[in-house]
Design a protein around this ligand. Structure first.
Ligand code: PLP
Length: 465
């Protein structure tokens, strides 16, 4: 107990160090990967490290770890901090429940179920709906796929796959779809990659044509993955039109909203997932647009019987009290399961649904600031579109890979690059809702200043047009 108290004091001290460091050096100094083990003492040894040395080592680790919450981090599909969510996550660590039973998780079960119930209401799923918190968006997609597989071929659970089941997704989908096809025993070669239009959205006519071809060949169309916010462009597949097709051919429709599914919280942007109530399953990551700490992924199912069909298993040693609605282990992939719900609940409870809406809309506003800046400046070429928080561009025709790497290695800003069809470009993700308009303009200012001071960059690495 004395240990815990002094460690919590140390925790506060270290957090102070981190916050000051973030203000002074928003981009951590990079340690070359080949120098890592010689730069910080990461070794584990027979004897333990004593207090002061331990403390200064922790400080060193904190300072040299990439900073994802600052106003110069635009590299990933998450960023920033929502403090009430952090509070919830710290409490979850202290409580250390496992979410499988009411006996062990108590009110935490209700916290998780309330988030699921409210989310189902928001997307228009009915009374039979439910859901769970998988370990992330990839796992949410996996659970969606398994339910789709079992719904089409129930014998599969007992006998393994005996018929060729076919999956449909766009070329722009998340790579977890490929891995999941192999894990599910369906096979990567049984994925049909449907063409996208010029804005990166799945073409429904192409989907139907492919389904008809497969039926003609005696294959079994089983599962369609539609993406709400593709990983590179942030494009939204047309769910309504895709649902017309999946309903007609009785195919499971999963909507992967890991990146941008949180638009369901915004009256202004939820039209981007119009038709989502017609899907069989829908997932979104609160650790992306809503800014909770990693990971916080939710999958919702239109009819909860599919969750039970695919994921429940009797276990007398575990399920000893209370009904199925309270024993969440019956609908999850894992046995022991971390409490990812509390951090989202503390955020939602404290800011209300209106607050979540503002968090989402702020990101689109920041994207508009970036778009307007790029459009008004002839040194930039734009590759992305409206209604997306992935703003894709190139500057002065400089090779984007070279520029991104140089910006990072020189501690200027952390941003990544992506490709769509023939083009490769810088992808600025305006997902950090702590940012203001000035932070976005500052990003362009530091980028331009860096290019100006690094003339070789533009000269040597011009894109071959
Ligand atoms: C991030 C992302 C995923 C994967 O989510 P993880 O939580 O990182 O596993 C899946 N689909 C899309 C569209 C994503 O952007």
């Amino acid at each position: 107990m004395a240990d815990l108290k002094s460690d919590l004091i140390l925790f506060n001290e270290l957090v102070e160090v981190l916050i000051n460091e973030e203000a002074e050096n928003p981009v951590a100094e990079r340690i070359e990967s080949n120098a890592l083990y010689n730069t910080i003492d990461l070794s584990l040894n027979k004897s333990g490290m004593i207090d002061d040395a331990f403390k200064s080592l922790l400080r060193e680790v904190l300072i040299s770890t990439p900073k994802t919450a600052t106003n110069l981090f635009f590299n990933q599909l998450f960023g920033g901090r929502q403090s009430k969510a952090i509070l919830g996550d710290l409490l979850a660590v202290m409580l250390n429940n496992s979410m499988y039973t009411y006996k062990v998780a108590g009110p935490q079960v209700g916290i998780e179920q309330e988030i699921i119930r409210q989310s189902c209401n928001l997307i228009g799923y009915g009374a039979k709906s439910n859901g769970t918190f998988p370990t992330g968006g990839s796992m949410s997609n996996y659970m969606g796929l398994i339910m789709g597989r079992d719904a089409k071929d129930p014998a599969c659970r007992l006998n393994g796959m005996t018929k060729p089941l076919i999956i449909y997704t766009s070329k722009e989908c998340h790579y977890s779809n490929d891995k999941n096809a192999s894990f599910a025993g369906i096979g990567r070669n049984n994925i049909r990659y449907i063409k996208v239009d010029t804005k990166g959205r799945m073409i429904p006519e192409d989907l139907e044509e492919q389904i008809l071809k497969d039926i003609e060949n005696g294959d079994i169309p089983t599962y369609v993955n539609a993406t709400a916010g593709t990983t590179v462009l942030g494009a939204f597949d047309p769910i309504d039109k895709i649902a017309d097709i999946t309903e007609k051919y009785k195919i499971w429709l999963h909507v992967d909203g890991a990146y941008c599914g949180s638009v369901i919280f915004s009256d202004q942007y939820k039209h981007l997932v119009k038709g989502v109530e017609r899907s069989n399953s829908f997932s979104y990551n609160a650790h992306k647009m809503l800014g909770t700490p990693l990971t916080c992924s939710i999958i919702l199912v239109n009819d909860k019987k599919h969750l039970y069909n695919s994921f429940s298993n009797d276990a007398d040693y575990l399920y000893q009290t209370d009904g199925d609605d309270f024993n969440l282990g019956k609908t999850s992939f894992q046995c022991g399961r971390r409490n990812d719900a509390l951090k989202f609940w503390t955020l939602w409870k404290s800011v209300g649904t209106n607050g979540l809406k503002e968090i989402v809309e702020q990101q689109f506003e920041l994207a508009e600031v970036a778009l307007a800046y790029i459009r008004s400046n002839p040194d930039y070429t734009l590759y992305s579109f409206n209604d997306s928080i992935s703003v894709c561009f190139n500057y002065k025709n400089i090779d984007p890979k070279t520029l991104c790497t140089a910006l990072y290695k020189n501690q200027i800003t952390v941003v990544g690059f992506g490709s769509f069809q023939e083009d490769t470009f810088i992808r600025l993700v305006t997902i950090n809702a702590n940012n203001e308009k000035e932070d976005i303009l500052n990003f362009f200012a530091v980028l331009e200043d860096f290019v100006e001071k690094t003339p070789n960059l533009a000269k040597q690495e011009v894109l071959s047009v």
